[in-house]
Design a protein around this ligand. Structure first.
Ligand SMILES: NC(=O)c1ccc[n+]([C@@H]2O[C@H](COP(=O)([O-])OP(=O)(O)OC[C@H]3O[C@@H](n4cnc5c(N)ncnc54)[C@H](O)[C@@H]3O)[C@@H](O)[C@H]2O)c1
Length: 407
């Protein structure tokens, strides 16, 4: 483990050639750009930001190579929030109006509701814009095929904003894998727990995010857990680069309006999936909406050692080499990583990932390269969940996950 991080990622080219991962059969891990300086350029990306809830958490405007040139939301309060956050007074009442009227944009960042992502990405790419989109990438296999074709036919850049990918534990797992300290990751446990809270209040509180301001139920109402798998799968696809090839999932639900009446026909609060990768490795992926726990975390079991992300006060971040005791992990100073331009080096949500994601999208456009979570990784983090939910609906039938990689 006595290897400097910059050496691991860039020193010898070992990462790029695959020699850095000592475990037999381990797929190439993505460099993720961590440790690599942000580009120096006078170029400015003219970016639109759409969706003024989660979208206001991001800091594209602090990147020296980005100007937020337009913002849009259907809601007045959200338009105001976007305008204030990004210091932009070029405000539109919808994405559609923005795409119709605005000229001279290079790219767009989309933070609309999850079931609309593909539709909004398609409309934006058809207007020639590079796209950053919040998770998940798509909702159906048909959309997955269309997204891949759209990206390949237009040649535009696409990035999915998976926050797990830049959590310190995930960055560190990539580093340990490259150094050989983990060996071959043969099994991983991936958890995304987001409790829905008091079940009576869930129905009664019309001010919650499960309702639109007018009182209609929002897209979150009854969402199938495994249709939101990326916070889990980011921890394996984003570490080893592997693809999930089969999935068998089970679900659990009760009688409650959230499950009895929803737009998805979903009957499950919680879904648990056992998956197998293209390297024959095992992955256990849980997405729970009703649980006395919370957070997004993983533990990676390798032939040389195991890395545990901190678990809700039960224990901190730990590494345990075979035949040794568990040792606390001290992460490097990721907040001051050179890939993040200095004005963006501040705390941000989901484990500090927002500044990494904002920086990486703009850095990639300036450097004219694919972003770290490109369309193929985005689909590899999303599609196994869609198939997994189908498996759960079929009582756990083991299903094949279609591949959406570059051929
Ligand atoms: N950790 C993470 O990665 C993370 C965390 C939270 C949310 N998200 C994702 O971010 C997205 C946004 O989350 P949110 O909580 O803000 O959701 P939300 O439903 O509260 O907000 C979506 C916003 O999009 C706007 N919108 C919808 N259609 C539009 C259109 N045609 N034109 C302009 N605006 C439109 C809505 O008015 C709304 O303000 C979701 O897809 C969610 O999955 C990801």
């Amino acid at each position: 483990m006595n290897v400097r991080r910059r050496d691991i990622l860039y020193g010898s080219g070992a990462w790029a050639s695959g020699l850095g991962a000592r475990g037999r059969g381990v797929a190439l891990a993505p460099a993720a750009q961590v440790g690599r300086p942000a580009p120096v350029s006078t170029k400015k990306i003219r970016l639109a930001v759409v969706g003024g809830g989660f979208g206001t958490q991001f800091s594209f405007h602090e990147h020296p190579n980005c100007t937020v040139a337009a913002v849009a939301d259907l809601r007045e309060d959200r338009r105001r929030a976007l305008s204030q956050t990004f210091r932009c007074d070029n405000v539109y009442p919808s994405l559609e109006k923005l795409l119709e009227a605005e000229r001279g944009l290079d790219a767009i960042a989309i933070f609309t509701g999850a079931p609309d992502h593909y539709r909004h990405v398609e409309a934006s790419m058809r207007r020639g814009l590079h796209v950053y989109c919040a998770v998940p990438a798509v909702f159906t296999l048909e959309e997955a095929a269309k997204l891949k074709a759209l990206k390949e036919n237009t040649g535009l850049r696409y990035m999915m904003g998976e926050t797990s990918y830049y959590r310190p534990g995930c960055i560190h797992a990539r580093t340990l894998l490259a150094s050989g300290a983990l060996g071959e990751i043969f099994y991983s446990e991936l958890n995304y727990y987001h409790d829905r809270g008091d079940l009576d209040k869930l129905v009664a509180d019309k001010t919650s995010r499960f309702y639109e301001p007018g009182g209609a139920r929002s897209w979150r109402w009854g969402l199938p857990p495994l249709h939101y798998p990326t916070h889990c799968l980011g921890f394996i696809v984003g570490v080893t680069g592997e693809r999930i090839r089969t999935v068998s999932a089970l679900g659990w639900g009760t009688s409650h309006p959230w499950l009895d009446e929803n737009a998805y026909g979903n009957r499950f609060w919680n879904e648990s999936a056992l998956m197998q990768t293209d390297k024959g490795h095992m992955v256990r992926c849980n997405v729970f909406w009703l649980v006395g726990e919370d957070g997004e975390r993983a533990q990676w079991y390798g032939s040389n050692g195991t890395l545990y992300m901190a678990n809700n006060g039960l224990h901190g971040d730990l590494f345990r080499a075979r035949n040794q005791g568990a040792k606390p992990v001290k992460y490097p100073d990721y907040l001051n990583d050179p890939m993040i331009p200095p004005p963006m080096r501040h705390a941000s949500g989901h484990g500090g990932s927002y500044v990494f994601l904002s920086a990486e999208f703009i850095n990639a456009l300036i450097e004219d390269r694919e972003p770290a979570v490109d369309v193929y990784k985005a689909l590899a983090m999303t599609v196994p969940g869609i198939v997994g939910h189908e498996s759960a609906r079929k009582g756990g039938e083991r299903l094949t996950v279609p591949a959406f990689d570059r051929v």
